[in-house]
Design a protein around this ligand. Structure first.
Ligand code: GLA
Length: 673
């Protein structure tokens, strides 16, 4: 179906309103008013489609698909495996999850199913197959939405067996497993595969190799379940794209392992606007978008966000006027080709009756939320040429699920590791230079980047150091920091001194790690040639005591027993450089440092950075480049903008290009040479 503009739509649950044909009719009228061109159907519709085992009812969905098509609205059709009917759980208790304390859940909630259960896999296959056969060639069908926010884990006997199978395949012999998990510690040597159990608060929580492998297994099992769903629908609709709604940086599922099976990467994102300065909320949302886009290095879809409020945080605050348009255009700026909401219409009852929706309980269009949604819809209608344009990043942040799991799971050297905060601090410092940033894991390609930042690279996968070396030798600039090169993939510490295999790159030896109490501050100053020597900088939490073996010293500590020792080093290798930052430096220093690194890397960036509170993202087509500027400050700012046609300005026309009102977005279009 030919669509005008970018995708704009919502999760639509007509099955909740089957006794109200008047409302279903009204929905279509309202969708048109809101410039909705795509809806997601069927996400939790299992009991409406199969009210009893083997009893099917597709009449309402047939009608919906046809009506939507007649009204030029496309459908993203979901497989309903995210929630199941009560009859199913009663008839097949094995589908219910067993929690880590080995108790089987009762029927209830959603995502309460075992990914291993053959019964669940069979029942899901059956319903998916029927949906695919029936609607695979329907002209309204735009894409498949496989399940919903896959997550969670099950510790049932079926999963325990599958876990052991996974371990057998991975290690071959128990001896190898014992070695990898360092089971000599606390007398944990396994002599039979059957002795191995998933981690539990009532059992094993201290064997970090086991915990890591369990998390890998959970991802593998989840992906395996998803792949079966994909295979089922593909068999009947081979050319219909397949996606699933991931949750950005959500730690449970290793998304880089999921993404290869999808045609389009997609996410649900609910920035908590009003919960802090808009700029900071926007930066955090931007990070989520960049994580998702980087999975396939292609445009992604924003599959869920709220038109107003969410009902699950402590305070479900509605978006203030202007935030909706600015926040959703930000997703487009970061590479999304769609804005979809949860949800179209507020339900009368149930868990999410207070969650924001395009249509509220009042049921009409005369609301602020509806007006702002319709306004965005109109804007998206005019941005059709942006669809498919790419985000080209010369800069990448290394952010790996295995590393996150290992850091989080390691007992010491401090409880709060601040890994997630640190990654975002580096992200923000980079973004202030108006550069696009890819967020990649340790296995993704390093090609095309000029600068790679890898803060707190604690767990190092085997091939990474060599790949980083090639990157640097070819002219890349790499930033490493404290608490890096500590363990291999099994969480076994590297022998011969930290940062382990990264030592050869950085040219430093990290002898000790001083950890600061929350109120404590350290200090350092620049002493080398590369950064301005003036001023003292503060640092917190981590101060690594390093020796510059084959590196130039750029900054030295001014505090602690290690005063005078290096706090920042730089080593040239081939055509590139490796920088090593030994302390958790204050944000202003990170900003300064990244300016220098971008310059040395020969990357395109805005010297001096963007004005505070302003973001810039760039997308590239075949012949055009689109620059998205947004002012997240509470007051107007002037931004130096390059020449370009003003394709969109969400505020008042100004006459002068650089002036921006609060929450205003400007898209500049430039011809590529
Ligand atoms: C998730 C789910 C939706 C809904 C929203 C509410 O993203 O996928 O079904 O529950 O949260 O914010």
């Amino acid at each position: 179906m030919k669509r005008k503009g970018l995708m704009h739509g919502a999760d639509y649950y007509p099955e909740q309103w089957l006794s109200r044909p008047d409302i279903l009719k009204e929905d279509i009228r309202l969708m048109k008013l809101a410039h909705i061109n795509t809806v997601t159907l069927g996400v939790f519709a299992w009991s409406a489609l199969e009210p009893q085992e083997g009893v099917w009812d597709f009449t309402w969905l047939d009608q919906m698909m046809d009506t939507l098509y007649e009204n030029h609205i496309s459908v993203i059709l979901a497989t309903p495996s995210g929630a199941r009917p009560a009859w199913l759980a009663k008839a097949y208790p094995e589908v219910l999850r067993v929690s880590e304390d080995r108790k089987r859940n009762l029927y209830g909630m959603r995502m309460n199913h075992c990914y291993t259960s053959p019964a669940y896999r069979r029942l899901v296959r059956e319903i998916d197959e029927r949906l695919a056969k029936r609607y695979g060639n329907h002209p309204a069908l735009k894409a498949w939405h496989i399940s919903n926010e896959y997550h969670g884990e099950c510790h049932c006997p079926l999963c325990q067996n599958a876990f052991r199978e996974f371990l057998r395949e991975k290690y071959g012999a128990l001896e190898a497993l014992n070695k990898a998990w360092w089971t000599g510690f606390w007398s944990k040597t396994f002599t039979d595969w059957e002795q191995i159990e998933s981690p539990s608060s009532r059992g094993e929580m201290a064997l970090q190799g086991l915990t890591l492998d369990w998390k890998r297994f959970v991802t593998k099992q989840t992906v395996d379940f998803m792949r079966r769903e994909i295979e089922t629908v593909r068999a009947y609709a081979p050319s219909v794209p397949v996606t699933t709604n991931m949750i950005g940086s959500f730690i449970e599922v290793d998304y880089p392992k999921m993404a290869p099976w999808l045609d389009v990467a997609a996410l649900d994102c609910y920035p908590q606007w009003g919960g802090g300065p808009d700029y900071e909320i926007a930066m955090d949302a931007g990070f989520e978008y960049d994580v998702t886009r980087s999975l396939k290095k292609s445009p992604f879809w924003l599959l869920e966000t709220t038109p107003s409020l969410t009902n699950w945080p402590a305070v479900g605050k509605p978006k203030a006027p202007g935030i909706h348009v600015a926040g959703c255009l930000q997703a487009i700026a970061h590479g999304s080709d769609s804005v979809q909401y949860f949800q179209w219409r507020k339900s009368r009852g149930g868990y999410e009756k207070f969650h924001g929706a395009v249509v509220g309980h009042c049921g009409h269009e005369h609301t602020r939320v509806f007006r702002e949604t319709a306004r965005l819809g109109e804007i998206l209608e005019n941005l059709g040429e942006i669809e498919g344009t790419k985000t080209i990043s010369q800069t990448a942040l290394l952010y790996d699920w295995n590393n996150r799991w290992a850091i989080e799971g390691s007992k010491g050297p401090r409880c709060d590791k601040f890994y997630e905060e640190t990654i975002r601090e580096h992200y923000r410092a980079l973004r202030r230079y108006g550069v696009n940033v890819d967020v990649i894991d340790e296995e993704q390609s390093l090609e095309g980047y000029r600068l790679i930042a890898a803060p707190m690279l604690y767990l190092v996968k085997e091939e990474l150091p060599q790949r980083l070396m090639q990157f640097v030798q070819a002219g890349g600039v790499l930033l490493l920091t404290y608490f890096s090169g500590i363990t291999d993939e099994n969480d076994l510490c590297f022998q011969g001194g930290f940062p382990g295999p990264l030592g050869e790159l950085a040219g430093v030896w990290a002898e000790e790690l001083d950890l600061l109490y929350p109120q404590e501050r350290g200090g350092f100053c620049c002493t080398g040639e590369s950064l301005p020597g003036e001023g003292r900088w503060s640092c917190r939490d981590y101060c690594e005591v390093i020796h510059a073996r084959e590196a130039d010293v750029e900054a030295c500590y001014t505090s602690g027993w290690y005063a005078g020792m290096p706090a920042l080093t730089r080593r040239r290798i081939g055509k590139g450089e490796v920088w090593y930052l030994a302390a958790r430096a204050e944000n202003d220093f990170l900003f300064l440092l990244y300016g220098r690194l971008l310059e040395r890397a020969g990357a395109a960036y805005i010297p001096g950075g963007l004005p505070k509170g302003v973001t810039l993202c760039t997308r590239c087509g075949q012949k055009e480049r689109y620059l998205f500027y947004t002012n997240w400050n509470g007051q107007p700012v002037t931004v130096e903008m390059p020449e370009g046609e003003e394709m969109l300005r969400t505020g008042e026309a100004k006459g002068e290009q650089g002036s921006m009102d609060p929450l205003e977005t400007v898209i500049l279009k430039q011809k590529l040479q």
